[in-house]
Design a protein around this ligand. Structure first.
Ligand code: GLA
Length: 457
């Protein structure tokens, strides 16, 4: 049964953050908010860079979120403000919304959500709205602050226009509309932001989108640690380059198997088409692809297409300059990681005596694959993972897109105090910048709830 995001009645006076936001809203617009909406960030436990290949991932929502206070206005404009002065106010007429891909400002993410819902509902006119946004997810840290902002904006737009959509529809719409800003993400972030439930991680599967509870074993806790290198996936081409390499690998493998390759876009679709197991897909990669990077010429020759065709139909706007593509490594990561997600879920379901150790192993294998095959780590992430493993974690890996941002570690409960203290001493304290960021960079996390709307009692 499709369900809608919950509408919760709250008292702002019992909630310091809500109270502050209400005051900020009043200070800005001289009126009280009509409603509030929140959407959480997430930590991905395993299954990195495979959602856009069609494979299941295993994230959980975190407590940190984007919270917006909203009122509807009749000025035909969308007015946006942020409690963090670093993020400037912005205002735009409801019929002039445009998103500048080359300039990923915070308010363009909000507008992605607005535009996505407007298009999904075919709304010819939008209600004007005034919003103040307050975020607690550290930006550019791999905890999905930008997708949470898109999701929050989508939910706000739905509510302000008095419409009702299911969580699944909201998640799918918000996943698609983030492309307006130019990233070709796969939908994990938006799905968990809407479908999360307190107390449980989720296996998120795509086509059709669905979420299944994954009960994490007792006796271990998950710790997030930010390596303090910022990564903004809309501002660089790393992310879309990987999406494109997976797409080309799909087509090259399909061609080698005599399939109609032009329609196939994802490594997961190829597996379905071939009705093969993940192990067989790994064998196919070994047999067909070579580890040396592929040049544009080699790809075009193998697929019998022109360079123009490659650029216009296969590459993204920000990967037009690319001349070499690592297809073997990327495909090996994707099929291997897809298998690890299923193994992780199976261990959580059957809870063998050494469950924690087995899950830790899978997380470690995932990091090695991200580092060596997918090349989405960085020296600071690797150093932090090493420290975490040395001081008690049974598993540690980068989480999210990578190239900076956070690690997630699984730590036996009895070692947690020593773990936190020693990671602090070894990674954060020796460096002034890291040490200044430490409070919001190193914390224990538990599965949080999904996006919701609040009104005051
Ligand atoms: C980003 C994207 C997600 C996913 C991860 C990597 O967060 O938005 O869809 O691809 O990177 O796993």
């Amino acid at each position: 049964m499709p369900t809608n995001p919950p509408k919760i009645k709250v008292l702002s006076c019992g909630n310091e953050r809500l109270q502050k936001l209400k005051e900020a809203f009043h200070g800005k617009y001289g009126q009280m908010p009509l409603f509030y909406a929140c959407a959480p960030g997430r930590v991905n436990l395993i299954g990195e860079h495979i959602d856009y290949c069609g494979y299941a991932v295993l994230p959980m929502a975190i407590e940190q979120n984007i919270l917006a206070a909203v009122s509807v206005n009749d000025s035909q404009s969308i007015q946006l403000a942020n409690t963090d002065p670093k993020y400037k106010d912005f205002s735009v007429s409801v019929d002039r919304i445009s998103i500048d891909k080359d300039n990923p400002q915070w308010y363009f993410y909000f507008l992605c959500g607005v535009k996505g819902i407007q298009e999904h509902l075919s709304l010819s006119s939008l209600s004007g709205m005034s919003c103040v946004v307050d975020g607690t997810i550290p930006a550019s840290s791999g905890l999905s602050s930008s997708s949470a902002l898109v999701c929050c904006a989508g939910l706000v737009t739905m509510e302000a226009n008095q419409k009702s959509l299911s969580k699944v529809t909201l998640a799918e719409t918000c996943a698609k509309c983030e492309r307006f800003i130019g990233t070709e993400g796969g939908g994990m972030d938006q799905s968990i932001s809407f479908l999360a439930e307190k107390g449980t991680a989720k296996l998120i599967e795509f086509n059709p989108l669905r979420a299944t509870d994954v009960r994490l074993p007792d006796g271990a806790v998950f710790v997030i640690a930010n390596c303090c290198v910022e990564m903004n996936k809309a501002a660089t081409s790393h992310f879309n380059m990987r999406v494109v390499e997976c797409r080309i690998a799909t087509k090259m493998l399909a061609k080698a198997r005599g399939l109609q390759w032009s329609q196939l876009q994802k490594l997961g679709e190829l597996q379905m088409e071939l009705q093969a197991s993940l192990d067989e897909m790994l064998e196919l990669v070994e047999e067909v692809l070579h580890p040396e990077p592929y040049s544009t010429e080699e790809i075009c020759k193998t697929l019998s297409i022109s360079t123009e065709h490659l650029r216009e139909n296969i590459l993204s706007t920000n990967t037009q300059h690319a001349t070499h593509f690592k297809l073997y490594q990327r495909a090996r990561h994707v099929y291997g990681e897809a298998a690890r997600v299923l193994q992780f879920k199976a261990v959580c379901d059957s809870v063998p005596v050494n469950a924690v150790a087995q899950l830790g192993d899978l997380m470690n294998q995932s990091h090695v694959s991200c580092r060596d095959l997918y090349e989405c780590s960085c020296p600071e992430l690797d150093q932090l993972v090493d420290i975490c493993l040395q001081v008690g974690a049974v598993g540690s890996r980068l989480t999210g897109a990578g190239w900076g941002g956070c690690t997630v570690s699984m730590v036996p409960s009895e070692k947690i105090d020593y773990f936190l203290q020693t990671v602090r001493e070894r990674y954060y304290t020796p460096d002034a910048r890291r040490s200044a960021l430490e409070k919001q960079s190193l914390f224990v996390t538990r599965p949080g709830g999904g996006a919701a709307i609040f009104t005051e009692e």
